[in-house]
Design a protein around this ligand. Structure first.
Ligand SMILES: NC(=O)c1ccc[n+]([C@@H]2O[C@H](COP(=O)([O-])OP(=O)(O)OC[C@H]3O[C@@H](n4cnc5c(N)ncnc54)[C@H](O)[C@@H]3O)[C@@H](O)[C@H]2O)c1
Length: 427
């Protein structure tokens, strides 16, 4: 068991790259991605997700490839490909199936295939296993074995990194679980938790994210109640947060690849098993409605200030969360489109996002910089990137007209004293 395993990581995105880099400190590791642009970028020593420093990437022993022959003869395959939802909010397992067929094409007897992608319980054994069998001609559980180890990292979070968090692992049998415990045990100092079985490990991951979504939805709902009552939810949360068991969540948009998507995987399981998921889908509805709600509030404030259609709005931040370039499933677009739909002239700046990606994903032409930006009737702080959170009163005076509105969606300027002439709106 302690002989050095040859590992292949399939999918080198936000999850796969850090995992492969850290594993490569202990094992011979090959990372494969089917996106040739991503592979070229990584081979040139640059990670546009900012998860891995260029110097670390360049000095790593990780072999990076888009060639499937390079992952032949691996002992362990770890699959970290996307698991989005389709237009009907149903699990889209295209990448999981594709990666499984790709691995199946080179699978040797005795190998273990581990999935880290977030899925609903049963995907590893009922979807991936048969794909591997079909592509390899081998028998699952006899010739090769399955495992699941959910990924918990958080884009942009430099504290809870893959080498420090507790890793949940589950194997198809005890021997596989022991191998995975050893491999992941070397990777992380956060310890290993062995789940009862693969389905339990899959279920644990999907409820971690669904729970977060529901908690945020509750705060979003009370934020809208308090708006009607003239209270700031942030003031209320500050007071309530002094209770020892009050949970600390803040209001806002829920986007990205995980929290806004994974509850639909859980909802799919519920429906498939004859249960109508109430709270899970209600949470999704509330959170998906927040962008439109925020736009409605801003439009109302602007109208009250006598600034109707044609008023100039600058939205600060387009990514799904602060201090990352990740634009996937960002809900800031809901605010932008709703304001545009009301006839406002909306420009957008983001301190991190890639301009081409913003154009491709949303048709948004980002301002290249804030230099020369001025004369806006309203500034919408949509994403608390550090550069915006550090604004001082002078920044607002430069960007806004004399009687402009500061709309602080995330409460990042709450403690900042603004010149009296500016109006302010926040949740
Ligand atoms: N991003 C996160 O912070 C995070 C955290 C925990 C779990 N997850 C889960 O991890 C999984 C991966 O997420 P991500 O954010 O790393 O996605 P990503 O889009 O950043 O990266 C996935 C990579 O897989 C590649 N890929 C797609 N199909 C492939 C195939 N058939 N063969 C080889 N490569 C393929 C893509 O080109 C891409 O580079 C998802 O299931 C996600 O829900 C993500």
């Amino acid at each position: 068991m302690s002989e050095l395993k040859k590992i292949a990581v399939i999918g080198l995105g936000y999850v796969g790259l850090p995992l492969a880099i850290h594993l490569a400190r202990h094992y011979p590791v090959t990372g494969l991605d089917i996106d040739t642009n991503r592979v070229s970028e990584l081979l040139s020593g640059q990670d546009r997700t900012n998860e891995i420093d260029d110097s670390v990437l360049k000095s790593s022993s990780l072999e990076i490839t888009d060639q499937v022959t390079a992952i032949e003869n691996s002992d362990i395959y770890i699959v970290t490909v996307p698991t989005p939802v389709d237009v009907n909010k149903q699990p889209d397992l295209t990448a999981v199936r594709g990666a499984s067929r790709l691995v199946g094409g080179v699978l040797k007897k005795g190998a273990i295939v581990v999935y880290e992608s977030t899925v609903y319980p049963g995907v590893t054994e009922d979807v991936a296993g048969p794909e591997l069998e079909a592509a390899s001609g081998l028998i699952c559980g006899a010739d090769f074995f399955l495992g699941y180890s959910p990924e918990r990292i958080n884009p942009g979070d430099k504290q809870h990194t893959v080498d420090k968090i507790t890793k949940v692992v589950a194997g198809q049998n005890d021997q596989v679980t022991a191998v995975l415990s050893e491999v992941y045990g070397r990777l992380t100092s956060g310890g290993i938790f062995v789940a009862r079985d693969i389905r339990t490990a899959e279920a644990a991951k999907v409820i971690e994210n669904a729970q977060r979504d529901i908690n945020i939805a509750f705060i979003n709902e009370v934020a809208t109640i308090f708006q009607k009552m003239g209270l700031s939810v942030y003031d209320v949360l500050e007071a309530a947060g002094t209770k020892w068991n009050f949970l600390n969540f803040s209001p806002g948009l829920v986007g990205g690849h995980c929290i806004g998507v994974d509850p639909f995987y859980l909802a799919h399981s519920a429906t498939a098993n004859g249960h109508h998921p109430e709270i899970i889908l209600a949470g999704r509805r509330i959170n998906d409605g927040m962008g439109g709600y925020v736009a409605e509030c801003i439009a109302r404030e602007l109208t009250q200030l006598g600034k109707g259609a044609g008023a100039k709005i600058l939205v600060l931040g387009l990514t799904f969360k602060e201090n990352v370039p990740d634009l996937r499933n960002s809900r800031v677009i809901d605010i932008i489109q709703a304001l545009q739909g009301r006839g406002f002239s909306v420009k957008v700046h983001d301190a991190y996002a890639d301009r081409d990606e913003a154009e491709t994903l949303f048709g948004i032409s980002l301002r290249p910089s804030l230099e020369d930006a001025s004369g806006y009737d309203c500034l919408v702080g949509a994403v608390p990137h550090q550069a915006y959170a550090e604004f001082d009163p002078e920044s607002f005076a430069t960007l806004l007209t004399a009687d402009g509105l500061v709309a602080d969606v995330k409460g990042m300027w709450r403690s900042l004293k603004l010149p009296e002439n500016f109006a302010r709106w926040q949740l």
